[in-house]
Design a protein around this ligand. Structure first.
Ligand SMILES: Cc1cc2nc3c(=O)[nH]c(=O)nc-3n(C[C@H](O)[C@H](O)[C@H](O)COP(=O)(O)O)c2cc1C
Length: 176
């Protein structure tokens, strides 16, 4: 069984999550390719898909959303799982007491899940390192104290959580 892990990543955190998912699926005996979503042309070689994106300003990156919409017909016929890499920090809840992973799901996720008949969607903590700001959002984060608090710098990726999720996918595929 051959699996594609496709991702959209601006600064590399989501790419790292995709690579880790790929490693765990390989360790479970599956054949895996990990590719940027924008570089994938032909889906015919794959039997299952894991597709993920960084979340910016409450949305998936365009290239990942486009990948799902463009390939909707093929993907809906195959097992598909989605993941988002988003919230920063170590708190499980936002200041209002909402589950931070749940509220960080991108706005279009329900539509995308439905389009490809996804078997699941997970939000993982992400990573952010202040470099030279790129784009409006990052310039705002760089200068506004409130935004700096919402987007603390650091690597908050939970490798155990990510690995366990990948293993649950391998397990589900083995039972199909
Ligand atoms: C300007 C900016 C906006 C962001 N917006 C969101 C958001 O709306 N929701 C969220 O969960 N994370 C948000 N994040 C956090 C990123 O999604 C997180 O850093 C992610 O892991 C980055 O992935 P990448 O390195 O693959 O681009 C934002 C980060 C920045 C810098």
């Amino acid at each position: 069984m051959s699996i594609l892990v496709a991702y959209a990543s601006k600064h590399g955190a989501t790419e790292g999550i995709a690579e880790r998912i790929g490693e765990r699926l390989r360790a479970a005996g599956l054949e895996v390719e990990v590719r940027p979503a924008r570089a994938v042309r032909d889906l015919a070689a794959y039997d299952a898909f894991v597709v993920g994106s960084a979340v910016y300003m409450f949305h998936w990156m365009k290239e990942a959303a486009r990948f799902l919409r463009r390939n909707q017909a093929v993907l809906a016929e195959q097992p598909v799982w989605l993941f988002s890499s988003g919230p920063l920090g170590t708190e499980a809840e936002d200041p209002q007491g909402h589950d931070l992973l749940a509220v960080s799901a991108p706005k279009e996720i329900a539509e995308l899940e439905e389009a490809v008949i996804a078997r699941g969607h997970r939000v993982f903590f992400g990573a952010f390192h202040r470099g030279k700001p790129s784009g409006f959002g990052e310039r705002m984060v760089a200068i506004m104290p409130a935004a700096r608090a919402t987007f603390p710098e650091g690597d908050f990726r939970d490798w155990d959580d990510i690995g366990n999720w990948a293993e649950s996918i391998a397990h589900e595929l083995s039972e199909d």
